[in-house]
Design a protein around this ligand. Sequence first.
Ligand SMILES: *Cc1c(COP(=O)(O)O)cnc(C)c1O
Length: 458
Amino acid sequence: MKRKTTKDRDRNRELERDARRYIWHPFTQMAEWEKEIPLVIEQGKGIYLYDIYGNRYLDGVSSIWVNLHGHRKTAIDRAIKTQMNKIAHSTLLGLSNIPAIRLAKKLVARAPKGLAKVFFSDNGSTAMEVALKIAFQYWRHRGKPQKTKFVSLVNAYHGDTIGSVSLGGIGLFHDLYSPLLFPTFKVGAPYCYRCFLNKTYPECHLACAGEVETVLEKHGDEIAAVVIEPLIQGAAGMLTWPQGYLKQIRTLCTRYKVLLIADEVFTGFGRTGTMFACEHEEVTPDLMAIAKGLTGGYMPLAATLVTQEIYDAFLGDYREFKTFFHGHSYTGNQLGCAAALANLEIFEKEDILKKLKPKIEALEKLLAPLKDHPHVGEVRQIGLIAAVELVKDRATKEPYPLEERWGYRIAKEALKRGLIIRPLGNVVPLLPPLSVTIPQLKKMVAILGESIRVTTEM
Ligand SMILES: *Cc1c(COP(=O)(O)O)cnc(C)c1O
């Protein structure tokens, strides 16, 4: 794979120049980006990415939380190519198509019991916008137009569109836009390491869920839905939930007659060890958004699943205008649906979830020594999602000032050692594709540990 010819050298220089000249990168300070030579990816294979020079890197972020079975997974490659020979895209506005039909059927069969209909879109944010609008409109059709508000959690991340940012609670990303956003009820999130109630699990008896109850008790009549990222708040720093919280939220939503929207955009498709995070506590949400891993990390495809009851509320004579007036150009895209079908088949045929168990256990053992590091506040894990929270002072849990960019510096060290990770402030997540092997996990954790050591000793 190494390239040495002059022609390649010229090509690579031009790519590196144009990468800085033409692209505005997401979540990136471009002034800084422009000063550095960008890492330009040319190929992928398994859990490795290869740059334009043929250098190899471990994909420790699953290409930003989407990739499941590695890059160039034969079954998905083949499914897309086969579909390509028929058609790449038509539309679901007024037409149906074969892969969309088959995928919807399979998703309903595999999703938490009770979810019966699939509304397609093309990314996690739109899947959440769809969920919001359906929940809002549902209550109109049910004769409760006053139920227009949403409850979401502090530190939540549901995407970058205005609706999903309204639900969000990450100050650094979201505060600036507040004049554009609709107000929501924000409730403290379970984050046991820094409990906002200063309690300890399990003696707390999930007092944090009680905060949700307080809001529902007081304002239930005007609330359309509670919105959550089940089991783990990803972008907030991989904040894992105490056992029982999810189930408790479901119970409260039912009791106070508000809908539960589960944002499984990140947690769906095996990431937490079960197909969907809601399965850990046998919860069926009323609406569920999925995206990222849906296509195995291949194509931008998303979906919002709803119960029969919600769907039925939209039925009526056309002149009642109960139609859900929403749809995206690429809704139900055939190539995306073909990739997603192949992804689900891989889960069945290769028994992916069963194979995850020993990897999850191995990861837990590998992470354990990191806990002794003087600047590691907490190591969190659920399924194959791991994260290290760095602190300035372990005793007081005092965080490092964000300006010091510890996460970023550690990620830079890791990159030098051949591991790609993407920090979330002072949290360094490790999020390999599900296809990672135990030796590869060992390598990744070793690089992560060393990168933390050298950075904090600098
Ligand atoms: C990534 C993410 C989203 C947004 O998905 P996009 O495809 O990036 O728009 C929404 N919710 C959660 C929990 C996510 O992790």
